[in-house]
Write a protein that binds this ligand. Structure first.
Ligand code: AMP
Ligand code: MG
Length: 415
């Protein structure tokens, strides 16, 4: 038997020429879940001005440094500062200004006394004019209940680094800085093609001997899950003409990656092989991987191409192992691949290839225990539905005993 190519070596070859896609400008809200293409430097401070963190009265802290409920300090109210206004007054000794949360402090003031520490009561609608005098029951230090200018962000500061995956909070920061458009890395466009006479598109009646094409939908889901744009091409029949026509259609969509499924196993690939040889340069690899031994990889018209196996679980796992890292390299997304250490709940047999077995995970006494989901047939797609993780049996290992510690690739957050 010819030697199998190791997963790591195959991946190293695949990743060797992959670089980041260019940036594009998108509207702020469309930047969610995208990768920031450039550093973002603040051109304003946030807050832009010192403001009150409470509804209350702006005061000079020195005036009330000895105030208490038994010895209140009386201040004259000289102004009213609702949010959205900018005070022009100068607060002098013995004076206070009614102020709302977020409103700018008047000059001269250096603290805010919350309304509940005064004898004043704010009306619900805030429409009642402030009293002429207030009693302050609480001693204050300079800066109390004041959010200084630049407390959150200083103008000129780098706030977000290129390469950041934008979540709701990053979108909020960009909004607070007034950015309406955001430079993000272009999403990888991935053309997805199924091959096989037996394949029927969902929604159409199933003829005897036929099956529905699930792979192109699974793969489109994976592409989108990993931040790509999926372009499904209609399935190709097992004829040279049709395979050629569909691959050409895939390339016409100007993809960054082309993926096909099926037609790469021995006996199936002659048609596909001929067409791939016409369109580009593709190698047929036998990988030391289970499931997913046959893999075609190369370039078609300069575009990276993956010929994944047809079996639905094999297609998913080879995508995860080989295509996903390419998508990460093109998009700059942080890798979502998380492995944890788990304990084999029973013995597992393997065949010496690196194996990704579908397992359920359960927490027991601070350990995470892995047990099989049942059949490990690469045609049984529900094993991927049941699985919490893929248990990784390393190359060269044919059996692991119960209690062995292994790595597992999480497919969903562990409960
Ligand atoms: P092949 O690589 O063409 O020998 O296909 C291997 C197995 O995967 C066969 O059982 C196919 O019917 C199945 N298969 C191939 N393509 C798909 C697809 N798009 N969706 C579901 N199963 C498929
Ligand atoms: Mg086939």
């Amino acid at each position: 038997m010819a030697e199998l190519l190791s997963v790591d070596l195959a991946l190293e070859r695949i990743l060797s020429d992959k670089t980041r896609l260019p940036a594009e400008q998108v509207a702020l809200d469309d930047a969610l879940d995208r990768v920031l293409a450039e550093d973002i430097t603040a051109d304003i401070s946030i807050p832009a001005f010192a403001n009150s963190s409470m509804d209350g009265y702006a005061v000079r802290a020195a005036d009330v440094q000895n105030a208490s409920s038994s010895a209140p300090v009386s201040l004259r109210v000289v102004a009213d500062i609702p949010a959205g206004t900018f005070p022009t007054i100068m607060l002098r000794q013995g004076e206070a200004a009614r102020i709302m949360t977020g409103a700018p402090l008047p000059s001269g003031a250096d603290a805010v006394v919350p309304v509940e520490h005064t004898d004043s009561v704010f009306s619900q609608d805030g429409m009642t004019p402030p009293p002429e005098q207030i009693q302050v029951f609480q001693a204050l230090g300079s800066g109390d209940y004041v959010r200084p200018a630049g407390e959150d962000i200083e103008a000129g500061q780098r706030v977000l680094a290129a390469g950041t995956l934008l979540r709701a909070q990053e979108i909020g920061v960009l909004a607070a800085l007034g950015r309406a458009v955001v430079p993000v890395i272009r999403r990888p466009r991935v053309a997805i093609l199924s091959t096989g006479n037996e394949l029927t598109e969902v929604g159409k009646p199933l003829q005897p001997g036929a099956i529905y094409d699930s792979n192109s939908h699974t793969l489109a889901g994976l592409v989108r899950t990993h931040g790509g744009e999926a372009i499904r091409i209609p399935r190709a029949l097992d004829t040279q003409e049709d395979v050629r026509r569909r691959f050409q259609q895939a390339l016409d969509a100007e993809p960054d990656i082309v993926i096909s499924s099926a037609g790469v196993s021995v006996g199936a690939f002659d048609v596909v092989r001929t067409v791939l040889a016409e369109l580009g340069q593709v190698d047929f690899w036998r990988i030391n991987l289970r499931p997913g031994k046959p893999l075609a990889y190369g370039h078609l018209g300069g575009v990276p191409f993956f010929g994944l196996p047809g079996n639905p679980v094999s297609a998913m796992i080879t995508f995860d192992v080989f295509v996903r890292p390419v998508m990460m390299a093109l998009s700059g997304r942080p890798d979502s691949w998380t492995t944890i250490q788990v304990v084999a709940g029973h013995a597992f047999d393997s065949d010496g290839r690196r194996s990704y077995l579908r397992v359920k995970l359960q927490r027991e006494n601070g350990l995470v225990i892995a047990t099989t989901t049942g059949t490990q047939s690469s045609g049984a797609l529900t094993s991927m539905v049941l699985a919490d993780a893929l248990l990784i049996i390393p190359e060269g290992v044919r059996r692991v005993e119960a209690g062995a510690v292994l790595e597992a690739r999480l497919l969903r957050p562990i409960v």
